[in-house]
Design a protein. Structure first.
Length: 287
């Protein structure tokens, strides 16, 4: 019997910002790493998928489930797997590479406990555990390692997954993560990383009260930014867009407002109509 549940089963799923903050707290308030294990049983290692799993599986859910099913069947045969790669947070060991393998082990344990397997004894991996190795380094370095591992193994990361993880690494602003290191780990160009860093500087100026780790690269790139709660967000968003318009058009809109209105009309007739309604509302308001 094979596993057929979605890849996200049995794992914790806070946002990246929440997961990163939690792990950083564990790291800062935790204890030194114990002797590095070479074997571990299920339940002795933990998941922090929002931080260490760079794939979103968007559009590839079937491929992910098929891969997990293949691993499940291999476990039933008693095949040996490459070690899970773990990182010590100061409180517990987290998987940074081998999420599918660990979830297949969890599926196997669930089915054995439910009596769905023909075997009377637990499969080898449940009795003896699975091989593990420990990555030693700071949290940002462990994140970079997780991206590097996942960008090279069987289920290739999508382009969007790679750019999103590169953005997450950029937002950490960690001196140990050079432009070249981030690019190599995520499988993107150094030019992409440089562009992200430039956007991060602009973001800090435009939205000083908003944590960039809470946003995706796509949202930042397309200007879909949700300011921090309590901000006068319309004013801030207007200033940010105004700066962008100034960089592109300079003083031309003020010198040729009729042409600029035509440009808006050609860009979007719906936007043109809604702007006309907004102007009328402003003129008729009491303010």
């Amino acid at each position: 019997m094979t596993a057929t549940t979605a890849p996200s089963a049995q794992v914790e799923t806070p946002t990246f910002a929440q997961g990163y903050a939690r792990l950083l707290t564990e790291r800062n308030e935790g204890r030194p790493q114990p002797e590095a294990p070479t074997m571990m049983k299920r339940g002795e290692y933990h998941f922090a998928t929002s931080v260490f799993q760079p794939r979103t599986f968007e559009g590839t859910e079937d491929e992910s489930i098929e891969h997990r099913d293949e691993l499940y069947e291999a476990l039933l045969r008693g095949d040996k797997f490459p070690p899970l790669v773990l990182w010590w947070s100061g409180q517990r060991f987290y998987i940074i590479d081998g999420h599918h393998r660990a979830m297949a082990i969890a599926d196997l344990a669930r089915d054995f406990e439910a009596g769905k397997l023909k075997a009377s004894e637990p499969p080898t991996v449940l009795r003896e555990g699975t091989a593990v190795e420990v990555f030693v380094g700071a949290l940002p370095e462990a994140m970079a390692a997780a991206v590097a591992f996942n960008s090279r193994n069987k289920l290739a990361m999508s382009k969007d997954d790679k750019t999103e993880r590169a953005w997450k690494l950029v937002t950490l602003e960690d001196a140990a993560l050079s432009k070249a290191k981030i690019a190599a780990a995520a499988g993107v160009s150094e030019r992409t990383v440089a562009n992200m860093r430039e956007r991060l500087k602009e973001f800090g100026n435009d939205y000083p009260d908003t944590d960039p780790k809470s946003l995706t690269w796509r949202d930042v790139k397309e200007g879909k930014v949700m300011p921090a709660k309590g901000d006068d967000w319309r004013d801030k968003q207007g200033k940010a867009w105004g700066k962008k318009l100034g960089r592109v058009f300079g003083k031309k809109p003020a010198e040729m407002p009729d042409v600029f209105l035509l440009a808006i009309h050609y860009y979007s007739t719906r936007l043109y109509s809604r702007m006309a309604e907004e102007f009328e509302r402003e003129v008729n308001s009491d303010f």
